[in-house]
Design a protein around this ligand. Structure first.
Ligand code: GTP
Ligand code: MG
Length: 318
């Protein structure tokens, strides 16, 4: 595919186009990803999650600037952002990226919850792979940490950073609800506000209550993102964690698990696509079957079996 070649050659236009192709679930997206895949595996993937307004974008912005100053290239996937990126340098880079050809800099892509078939986590995963194959050294995924979709997304990262802020009172309850386990590094941002130290203590207590057998004890850091305070420490912890993943063999284990999930997601997606087509193409037959079920001539289980057989035939015909 020419588009994939152009992405590999560093065309930012092709990059944006390919992501759109995948995002819109175009029929040739799977083939494109097949061609992209051999070039993936070099980028380091950072997941940043946390409640709305915690400062995820501001932190992403500062982290990116630091990485850029070390000459690393960065791709950013922001999922459902309610607040935009504001950093001047970042914005400048983005404008530069729209220039002729540049294999350096920052590429930002915002994604919203859309796509009926494979869902957001598949589109995000593919986008990360495309940015990886494009040659980005780091890919940062920013997402509001709430539902299962977000947890799935964050699982595709090599390191997960959980950002919280003081105030509100029920912060800890919010974190408790399922995402405490996925944080490799905790960040108490907005630590210029009251209650930051207390929040750090509470998180540390909860981490201690949790798995004491963990070989990586998640550190809890304080930051003031707009002032860049604590951002250097955060980057150090990211490096430390990366060294831990590599030396313990966890990185390859995590990446293998990711492949396992990817395969399941791809197969689900493909089968669902066939099912969707089957229903749309044989609308009358489907309606008739519904009638038959209502009048008790048929049942949903037998009909499902028939449809699975039909999907199987279609797949083997292709
Ligand atoms: N006082 C203070 N304000 C901050 C800090 N970090 C971020 N902010 C402000 O908090 C607001 C939200 O910051 P964002 O970085 O957009 O937060 P976010 O988590 O990305 O928000 P969403 O993507 O909307 O969930 C902005 O107005 C920031 O300027 C901080 O450390 N201290
Ligand atoms: Mg944001």
């Amino acid at each position: 595919m020419e588009l994939v070649d152009d992405v590999r050659k560093g065309s930012v236009r092709a990059l944006a186009k390919l992501i759109t192709l995948v995002e819109n679930e175009m029929p040739n997206a799977l083939e494109a990803m097949e061609n992209i895949y051999p070039y993936t595996g070099n980028a380091y993937i950072i997941g940043i999650t946390g409640p709305p307004g915690a400062g995820k974008s501001t932190l992403t912005d500062k982290i990116t600037q630091k990485l850029r100053s070390q000459n690393f290239t960065v791709g950013i996937v922001a999922i459902d952002p309610t607040s935009p990126f504001s950093g001047g340098a970042l914005l400048g880079d983005r404008v530069r990226m729209q220039g002729i050809s540049s294999d350096e800099g920052v590429f930002i892509r915002s994604m919203a919850t859309r796509g009926s078939l494979g869902g957001l986590s598949r589109a995000t995963g593919d986008t990360v792979k495309i940015l990886d194959a494009f040659g980005k050294d780091y890919v940062i995924i920013e997402t509001v940490g709430v539902g299962q979709d977000e947890v799935d997304i964050i699982k595709t990262a090599d390191v997960s950073i959980l950002v919280v802020m003081p105030g509100g009172g029920d912060d800890i309850q919010a974190i408790k609800a399922g995402i405490m386990e996925i944080g490799d590094i905790f960040v108490v941002n907005k630590s210029d506000r009251d209650g930051a130290d207390r929040l750090v203590t509470e998180i540390n207590m909860m981490l201690n209550l949790g798995a004491t057998t963990r070989d990586w004890i998640p550190p809890v850091l304080k930051t003031i993102a707009p002032e860049e305070k604590g951002v250097d420490s955060l980057l150090e912890k990211i490096s430390e964690h990366r060294e831990f993943l590599v030396s313990s063999g966890r990185l390859s284990y995590q990446r293998k698990e990711r492949i396992r999930n990817d395969i399941i997601k791809i197969v689900e997606y493909e089968i669902f696509r066939y099912l969707d087509r089957l229903i749309r193409e044989d609308k009358e037959l489907f309606e008739q079957r519904l009638e038959d079920i209502v009048s008790k001539k048929e049942d949903p289980y037998r009909i499902s079996k028939k449809m699975i057989d039909a999907i199987g035939r279609r797949i083997s015909d292709n």
